[in-house]
Design a protein around this ligand. Sequence first.
Ligand code: SAM
Length: 253
Amino acid sequence: MFRFYVSSENIHENFVELEKEDINHVKNVLRMKAGEHILVCDMQGVDYECILSEITDACVRADIKCSMKNEAELQADITLYQGLPKKDKMELIIQKAVELGATRIVPVMTRYCVTKLDSKKEEKVISRWNTIARSAAKQSQRGIIPQVTPVMKFADAVKEASKCDLAVVAYEKAKGMEYSKKILGDVKGKKNIAVFIGPEGGFSEEEINAAFESGVTAVSLGHRILRTETAGLTILSIIMFGLEEDKEGGQEA
Ligand code: SAM
């Protein structure tokens, strides 16, 4: 069943209206007909099974058959605080973070970041990054569209993250794999999780100490130095796997 994303104002009591950008797709690309079933997601975690009822150049309307909780969302909000990487690595990081269940991606300016975004350029880049997040959310059938925020200073990011149930910084000098496994293995029941990843040059000692002072825990991702784009995906995969549950009514593996 084809899936479409609509904003909540397009969802009425008994029917939905698809977004303008999807009208042509339904009518002229997919050549769908009234009576066919589609899935509509409100981008707030609810899916609607609908039956197409009206298809014109100006509007595509579908009657709501039933609604259900989107099952692609993890039971915790995960924010990835990513040290601004070089070139277009951020696009890959965003795409994979969305597939792995991140709720929000915050580009962070740290001491060793090589990339500098002036305000004019930043607006354009953030908008592109949000387009990538939206496309990855659709591809991975997410129930929400994760947000890529404007660039944040490290100190502000740590302050914000300190309010989370769990805040971790991937740190290649962290001691103890067993300790790291314990921290990253204990995510069930956490409602909001913050993950810090350094840029290519890593975090400065001052940044790491500031993180510790704010209650951010350092975890190791093994005895090899991972690229920044690998580290984020690694830790998000571990957290995702610890949070993921069988689908309601799903079979035990
Ligand atoms: N300081 C690193 C070095 O010596 O080359 C450079 C930083 S690494 C390329 C980028 C980021 O990935 C780090 O800041 C850290 O967040 C994460 N990272 C890489 N390898 C890691 C590991 N084995 N354990 C934990 N974090 C790691």
